[in-house]
Design a protein around this ligand. Structure first.
Ligand code: T3D
Length: 279
C-alpha cells in the first residue's frame, strides 16, 4: 500500500491552481487536472517515487470537487518508458517483485479504475512496458502521430504486468495482444487507432489543443451520470446480461432523480446548452 506524502507546493493565479511534486507536474485548470510525468531524460521511466506521486496526484484530483476530468501525459515528447530499468539492474528476488508490484504499481492501476471521473491518456510519444499499461488503464486515449506503443517486457525476458494482460486483449483481441506481447515490437499511432487501442490520433503539435477540446466536452457532462457510466461500462464487461440489466436499472433510478436530469430536459426543450452542476 502506498503511504506517505509528497512535498507539495501550491500556487494560485488567474483561476489556475498548480501543485508541483518532484517527479511530475500537477495542474488544475478549467475543471481538468493534468498529471504530467516529468523525467524526460529517460522517457519518463517509472521509479518508486514517481509511482507514489502518480498515486497521490490521482487521489488529489479525485478529492478535488472542482475537477471533473483527469489527463495523464508525459513531458519531453514521451509518454512513459515503463519501469526504470536502472533500479533493477542489480537483480531482484521473486518476493521483491511481488511486493513492488503490490505496493507501487497495483494501487495506481486500481486508482485509474476507481476514480469516478473520466481519465484521458494524452500520448505524445513512446508508451512502453508498464508505461503502456498506464495508458491502457486510462478510460480514453488520444495519441499524437508520433506516439508508439510497445509491450517491451518480453525484450528483457519479462511478462506484461500492471494490467496489460487484462486491458490489452479486451481492447484489441487476444491475437493482437499476443502479437504485441510475444514480439515486443512497437506499433505506431495509426496502427494503434485501427486496432482500437487509441480513440483519436492527431498531429503532434495539435495534441494539447485536441486534448483540451476533448476534456472540455467531458467536463461539461453531468458528473453523476458520467461517474455512473464509467462504473457501468467496466462492470458490464465482466458481468452477464441479466446482471447488467439489473445494475443499469439501479443506476438509472439514481440518475432520473438528479437535478442534472431536469436541467438536461429543460435545455433539450428550450434548445439551449445545459449547465450541469453535479446534483
Ligand atoms: O518489479 C517490477 O516492478 C517489474 C516491472 C516491470 C515493468 C516494466 O515496465 S518492464 C519494461 C520496462 N521498459 C522497457 O523495457 C523499455 C526500455 N526502453 C526502450 O526499449 C526504449 O528506450 C524505447 C523503445 C522506450 C524508446 O526507444 P528510443 O530509441 O526512442 O529511446 P532510447 O534512446 O532507447 O532512450 C532514451 C534514453 O532513455 C536512454 O538513455 P541515454 O542513453 O540517453 O542515457 C535510455 O537508456 C533511457 N531509457 C529508456 N527507457 C528507459 C530508460 N532508462 C531507464 N529505464 C527505462 N525504462
Amino acid at each position: 500500500m502506498i503511504t506517505g506524502c509528497a512535498r507539495l507546493c501550491r500556487s494560485r493565479n488567474m483561476g489556475v491552481s498548480a501543485i508541483s511534486y518532484r517527479w511530475l507536474v500537477y495542474q488544475v485548470a478549467d475543471s481538468v487536472a493534468t498529471i504530467r510525468l516529468n523525467r524526460p531524460e529517460n522517457l519518463n521511466a517509472l521509479h518508486d517515487e514517481l509511482l507514489r506521486e502518480i498515486f497521490l496526484a490521482l487521489g488529489e484530483a479525485e478529492r478535488d470537487v472542482s475537477v471533473r476530468v483527469l489527463v495523464v501525459t508525459g513531458e519531453g515528447g514521451a509518454f512513459c518508458s515503463g519501469q526504470d530499468l536502472k533500479v533493477f539492474a542489480g537483480g531482484v528476488t521473486e518476493e521483491e517483485v511481488h511486493r513492488h508490484l503490490d505496493d507501487f504499481y497495483h494501487p495506481v492501476v486500481r486508482k485509474f479504475r476507481s476514480i469516478p471521473k473520466p481519465i484521458v491518456a494524452a500520448i505524445p510519444g513512446v508508451a512502453a512496458g508498464a508505461g503502456m499499461s498506464l495508458a491502457l488503464a486510462a478510460d480514453l486515449r488520444i495519441a499524437a502521430q508520433t506516439a508508439r506503443f510497445s509491450q517491451a517486457f518480453v525484450r528483457i525476458g519479462l511478462v506484461p504486468d500492471s494490467g496489460s494482460t487484462y486491458f490489452l486483449p479486451r481492447l484489441i483481441g487476444p491475437a493482437r495482444a499476443l502479437e504485441m506481447a510475444w514480439l515486443g515490437d512497437g506499433i505506431d499511432a495509426e496502427t494503434a487507432k485501427s486496432w482500437g487501442l487509441v480513440n483519436w490520433v492527431v498531429a503532434a503539435d495539435e495534441l494539447p489543443a485536441s486534448t483540451k477540446e476533448l476534456t472540455a466536452r467531458l467536463a461539461e457532462g453531468p458528473p453523476l451520470a458520467v461517474a455512473m457510466i464509467k462504473q457501468a461500462i467496466y462492470r458490464g464487461m465482466d458481468e452477464t446480461l441479466d446482471d447488467t440489466l439489473e445494475f443499469e436499472k439501479r443506476l438509472q433510478g439514481r440518475a432520473v432523480v438528479t437535478a442534472d436530469h431536469q436541467t438536461g430536459l429543460k435545455a433539450f426543450f428550450a434548445k439551449t446548452r445545459p449547465v450541469f452542476t453535479g446534483r
